[in-house]
Design a protein around this ligand. Sequence first.
Ligand code: IPM
Ligand code: MG
Length: 365
Amino acid sequence: MQFEIAALLGDGVGPEVATEAIKVLEAVGERFGHDFKFHYGLVGGAAIDATGVALADETLQMCKGCDAVLLGAVGGPKWDDPQAKVRPEDGLLALRKELGLFANLRPVKVLPMLVDSTNLKPDVVRGVDLVVVRELTGGLYFGQPKKRWQTAEGRFAVDSMLYSDREIERIMRVGFEMARTRRKKLTSVDKANVLESSRLWRQVAIEVSADYPNVELDHMLVDACTMRLIQKPAYFDVVVTENTFGDIITDEASMLAGSMGMLPSASLAGIPKGGVSKAYGLYEPIHGSAPSRAGQNIANPIATILSTAMMLRYSFNLAMEADAVEKAVIAVLEEGYRTYDIMEPGKNRVGTKEMGSLITQKILS
Ligand code: IPM
Ligand code: MG
């Protein structure tokens, strides 16, 4: 089969890690007889430098013409001036909104050979296998009004945590569909003791749960959730939450796995049903552009490589191929190869390219 992939490598370590992910996809194509065609475009600071905007319209159109998007990372100190009119992050937010990527899946799986590379006690993180389903195109990030103004009383600013029942329903369905094929437990995270939007959130969660009698639903306040994530992370299976809450708790949850360099993500425009999925999606590592690590061949490409496994699974419905990528990653780690971020005494330290090549070779062997 032929698949068209938009490749937006971005800034900082983005191009380095995405290049390794492309190598891996090409190996999957060779082994399983698929043709992955890459269409390159600019996003973030690289796009600002070349075109003056963080995402040119032709790049957006190119993405729309593809089956999926692979993204490296955006941002860097060069474009960080708070007064700047355009910011690299605008490119990412525009992609999410314009491509309708409302469901952000952020799995956190602690691999047994990495339990000692976290700051938490091995007993706390052992066996953690959760996925945060973050609503990505609504809530505080996009709700209107969103503005600044000035009066005689001083300067004001507002962001709105606005949700419709439909937006909540579709993200809940993504969560329930995932939970159905996992441990059948869904935690809906909100702030219903204070926020009106959270009370609607909770009500819709209960309504949608009627369609999934085999999945256990519980509700947790977001502040309690941040505590629970450190105290007993293995409690969680599927977590569904609002855009900003999801932004915050996924950074926290990423620390369970030792390094952000290990964690992939998928942002989908559709609902994967019963493990079958051909949803349009954008795939990127959870980590940022890490400017201080750029150009040194040290960044960990595993998060981006695991993101391609999610692409194979959720956009191309190629579960076997996705498994092959994940198994290759595990095999290379089991052999003791580590990038700097997950390095431990007695292991074999390798660079970005070497890690990519080791994983590629496993897929081809
Ligand atoms: C993320 C990032 C983005 C977000 C930034 C870069 C706009 O933190 O993907 O979690 O806030 O959503
Ligand atoms: Mg974030």
